[in-house]
Design a protein around this ligand. Structure first.
Ligand code: ATP
Ligand code: MN
Ligand code: MN
Length: 301
């Protein structure tokens, strides 16, 4: 698996050439967290964020007036981002190419922040070959009212099932309500096959334990259950990137964790943009150093 090299030194907003304007603008009203703090967070985690995000097409959640005002999801460059945010041409369904975005430097991340970005979402494929998935993600979405204990056991359930068919997985708390269980793949299988695999696996889990799981799209069928959102595994679908900030109350971030940590973690929004230093330190730990890396391909199902 080709990894993008992380820069050797931590980048800070001070050493970046990107100017962040309106640093005092409050982006998260609850904690009075500002655009400057958001930029400093991304500068700090850039070295641990770039190895995963740096080689994928991304979508942005931009909230120029802060998370409580109007936000929008952006997939393509309208031509305003400048040089640090790079482009990859991707064929749309109707046959024409669109310039998708990717960022492979701290300056790229910070340019997006300067443009009002809070969230970074990425494809499950790399820019070198967007047709072949390099990860499966099982996005476990609890129905309202379910506590995290349910999500935790669901995550372990998926880990076991995937392990039993030969796939090693890595968990990530999303900063929101749920967890992503991620199986890295050597980019080989193309999207239709990957989607079909994820769909059949989700259905099998839902059928074997219908009290706790559903793979059904209609919201009414999710009552009291965990929805296995297998649709993250189709061409063009995205998932929030590791260490990406969420446009939710208190500025929580998505964080890769170990299965051991999954046993005890209190909630998926455990860390916030105030925890940049801790996150960088954690990421260097032995337990997390291999997170998201495994040479494996889609098994038969
Ligand atoms: P949570 O744990 O709260 O579910 P999540 O990041 O998994 O957090 P979901 O609502 O389950 O949030 O969405 C899963 C993924 O779907 C997101 O990470 C994102 O990449 C993608 N997504 C969400 N909203 C949109 C949107 N408006 N357009 C396109 N993709 C979206
Ligand atoms: Mn989810
Ligand atoms: Mn979802």
């Amino acid at each position: 698996v080709v990894e993008t090299e992380a820069p050797a030194e931590a980048v800070t907003a001070e050493t970046s050439s990107i100017t962040i304007t309106n640093r005092d603008r409050v982006i998260f009203p609850e904690g009075k967290l500002t655009k400057g703090q958001l930029a400093d967070y991304y500068a700090q985690v850039a070295p641990i964020m770039l190895p995963w995000i740096g080689s994928r097409p991304i979508s942005l959640v931009r909230c120029p007036q802060g998370r409580a005002k109007k936000c929008f999801f952006q997939k393509h460059d309208a031509g305003s981002f400048g040089d640090a945010v790079r482009h990859v041409a991707i064929r749309e369904k109707d046959g024409h190419d669109e310039p998708y975005l990717y960022v492979d430097t701290a300056d790229g991340l910070l340019t997006c922040v300067q443009m009002g970005t809070i969230e970074f979402h990425g494809w499950g494929a790399r820019i070198e070959d967007v047709e072949r998935a390099d990860r499966l993600v099982f996005d476990l979405d609890p129905d309202e009212g379910l506590d995290f204990e349910n999500v935790r056991s669901a995550a372990f359930h998926f880990r076991e099932i995937l392990q039993s068919i030969g796939l090693e997985t890595f968990p990530m708390v999303t900063g929101g309500k749920g967890v992503h269980v991620i199986a890295p793949l050597v980019p080989q299988a193309e999207w239709p096959e990957v989607k079909d695999f994820a769909h059949r696996l989700a259905q099998a889990v839902a059928q074997s334990d219908p009290e706790h799981f559903t793979a059904a799209l209609p919201k009414a069928q999710r009552k009291g259950r965990i929805f296995v959102d297998y649709l993250r595994n189709q061409r063009g679908a995205t998932a929030v990137m590791p260490y990406g900030v969420r446009a939710r109350e208190g500025a929580p971030v998505a964080v890769p964790i170990t299965w051991k940590e999954m046993e005890t973690i209190d909630k998926p929004s455990h860390w916030t943009i105030r925890d940049g230093t801790e996150l960088v330190k954690r990421a260097g730990s032995k337990a997390l150093s291999g997170w998201g890396r495994a040479d494996q391909t889609l098994p038969d199902l």
